[in-house]
Ligand binder design. Structure first.
Ligand SMILES: Cc1cc2nc3c(=O)[nH]c(=O)nc-3n(C[C@H](O)[C@H](O)[C@H](O)COP(=O)(O)OP(=O)(O)OC[C@H]3O[C@@H](n4cnc5c(N)ncnc54)[C@H](O)[C@@H]3O)c2cc1C
Ligand code: SF4
Length: 337
């Protein structure tokens, strides 16, 4: 075909998109700002809903890319501006191409912004991303080295929250909370795990079944209520105050560990893409596809495409499917030029 596409972002969406483009004879350059491909799931342990190790998915994606002579991977390269025929890096270097796929994903909400939960202040207040890393390192324990006996998991941290200007639902954190509660129970069968939620949103296939399994087979507790405050106790535990919104009663509980399910936020780069590249974003800050039904991997500018969580919170399967869809849309567009 003789065409060259730049895929910005080497997460699951970008990797899948690149492999499909290569399969269809398009030369690809992947630009990744980190030192390795893989995106966020490089840090995840097992993936809901099947508990497949994240590393297994990444190994397969890497193997699909590895042997192609038409692929260039540039790590440590950050894109700053784009047009359909070029990408400008933060270093000032300009790379030319025939089309661009933006697969830059999302940013994790910074839990320190919600000071009332004590992240970065109290030991043993961690985020869901920290917990994934601890699972990977085989080191889930308290700062003191002791095994946790009672763990609270708080939903909607930095999502559905007007106060921090993040009104959207991050979509994957309810099921992440259920997945992590089940993993914790497998690790510490005697521990009590409490999920504090506003609503349980189980969007995908197998998710509702996981939620039931967590309650029935793993004895994970679900409390409808929001934690308002966290403070340390004299014996180095965490005192949480909440309201059980089903019974209307205030609730106080001492736990050993608090896990904050941090939301998916749009990337800071998106503001640049709007201000300097003529692209459109949604009120949530995620990029706006040309159309939600018929052109959901296309941008409002010809020759610029989207894949994965850059347009909205998504799970791994959805992000990879969009990688494939974006590659097919690119090929169709290149053929029509
Ligand atoms: C705590 C947590 C646990 C999760 N667990 C699961 C799970 O069990 N199962 C599941 O299905 N989903 C899970 N998810 C969702 C999953 O992480 C996403 O679906 C997936 O990461 C989206 O992939 P992506 O490629 O779109 O974006 P990302 O993973 O964000 O990848 C984007 C890539 O683009 C790069 N990039 C960004 N900007 C630039 C730039 N300017 N120039 C160059 N490169 C750039 C980034 O460095 C990154 O490598 C979880 C999410 C969270 C927060
Ligand atoms: S998926 Fe659940 S935890 Fe995440 S923002 Fe939506 S309701 Fe809250």
């Amino acid at each position: 075909m003789g065409y060259h596409t730049i895929v910005i972002g080497g997460g699951v969406a970008g990797m899948q998109c690149a492999s499909e483009l290569l399969r269809q004879g398009v030369a690809v350059t992947i630009l990744e700002k980190e030192s390795e491909l893989g995106g966020k799931i490089r840090n995840w342990h097992k993936l809901f809903p099947t508990f497949t190790p994240a590393e297994e998915v990444l190994a397969e994606l890497r193997s699909r890319l590895i042997s192609s002579p038409n692929l260039a991977v540039r790590t440590g390269c950050e894109a700053a501006k784009i047009a359909s025929d070029r990408v400008v890096l933060t270093s000032g270097e300009v790379l030319e191409c025939d089309s661009v796929v933006v697969a830059t994903g999302f940013t994790l909400f910074d839990a320190k912004v919600k000071e009332e939960y004590g992240y970065g202040i109290y030991d043993n207040v961690i985020t869901s991303a920290d917990l994934e890393r601890m699972f990977n390192e085989g080191a889930v324990r308290l700062k003191s080295g002791v095994t946790p006996r009672r763990i609270a998991i708080l939903h909607c941290v930095g999502s559905r929250d007007e106060k921090v200007c993040q009104r959207h639902c991050s979509k994957v954190c309810c099921v992440t909370g259920v997945k992590q509660a089940m993993e914790l129970k497998r690790m510490f069968p005697g521990a009590d795990i409490f999920n504090f939620y506003m609503d349980i949103r189980m969007f995908g296939p197998g998710y509702e079944e996981m939620y039931r399994e967590a309650q029935v087979d793993y004895n994970v507790h679900f409390v409808r209520g929001r934690i308002s405050e966290v403070s340390p106790t004299i014996d180095c535990r965490l005192q949480i105050k909440a309201e059980d919104t089903l019974t209307g009663r205030p609730l106080k509980m001492a736990v050993d560990m608090l896990v904050l399910l941090v939301g998916m936020k749009s990337n800071a780069l998106n503001e640049n893409l709007v201000a300097e590249c003529g692209l459109k974003a949604q009120p949530s800050g995620f990029m706006q596809p040309r159309d939600s039904f018929l052109h959901n991997v296309e941008s409002n500018r010809e020759g610029i495409f989207y894949a994965g969580a850059v347009t909205a919170p998504k799970n791994v399967g959805e992000s990879m499917n969009e990688g494939t869809a974006a590659a097919r849309a690119v090929v169709e567009w290149l053929a029509k030029r």
